[in-house]
Ligand binder design. Sequence first.
Ligand code: AHG
Ligand code: MN
Ligand code: MN
Length: 333
Amino acid sequence: MTQKISLTRYLVEQQRDHGHIPSQLRLLLEVVARCCKTISHAVNKGDLGEVMGSAESENVQGEVQKKLDIIANDVLIEANEWGGHLAAMASEEMEGIHVVPNRYPQGEYLLLFDPLDGSSNIDINVSIGTIFSVLKKPDGDAGVSEKDFLQKGSNQVAAGYCVYGPQTTLVLTVGDGVAMFTLDREQGSFVLTDENVCIPEDTKEFAINMSNMRHWDEPVKRYIDECLAGKTGVRKKDFNMRWIASMVAEVHRILSRGGIFMYPWDKREPEKPGKLRLMYEANPMSWLIEQAGGVATNGKMRILDIQPKTLHERVSVILGAKNEVERLTSYHT
Ligand code: AHG
Ligand code: MN
Ligand code: MN
């Protein structure tokens, strides 16, 4: 029988053999994984638990919060406060940063998360997830402030997500490729099920919310028109389309079988650079995509090279198969 490799063993071996994971970071990743297990159990309860429906409150971006948005946020905050691995946390669901209370030791890492991605899918039993990104607190000041978080995505030291779908799968990078771990509910642990994830350079599958078509910019219109023209058009092949409305589930599909995902800037709210959030959605997903051989841009530049100005900054996102993302990016120039 082939031996199962748990997330714990994977992290220990990465630390020992490659020196990628200092012990504070290993603890941090173990704690995040434990939170994902807890959130997964809450998600699975559905109508049997007090987890469904609206919380009747709004987050800082004016979005109505679901009960699970708040439950997932609380789980991540509480579990990560006391271990001594973190200096502070930032979340889609909190306006400011959450500094580790001074009754606990302060660590050297910063954790950012979208506690529950794909909130509109919670109540209809469709895949949702948790996205996280880890930065190192810059050396220097004793305290920690929002400014410490405003680092380019290329500074991330770990990033990942957990998708709560037919299976619960944790997907992780520490800068040495992408590994996937499936939750074994009998054992209560994440087990390595895929390593060296690789996105094919070409694809026939795209993901975009087509209902926004009339608001798109010219390059995006052109790209999608060419896909829709199929075999008889310039692309000379038929395309297929998917839209789950959970970025986590779309990225998981792309890491599993390829494709391109777009949530571009559009004319609905022209002052907003996009819908998705740079620091806790686009950056971690872009790093995972790059680590699997794909590309992620905002149409003009690599997402990981964008210097954030604010914590909840939004960004236009095009990511996935190398040749497709490069084609659409070239239409912007
Ligand atoms: P969240 O639930 O964290 O607010 O994120 C939802 C995001 C993303 O996951 C998804 O790709 C997109 O919003 C869906 O937006 P539309 O409903 O506009 O298609
Ligand atoms: Mn989200
Ligand atoms: Mn969310």
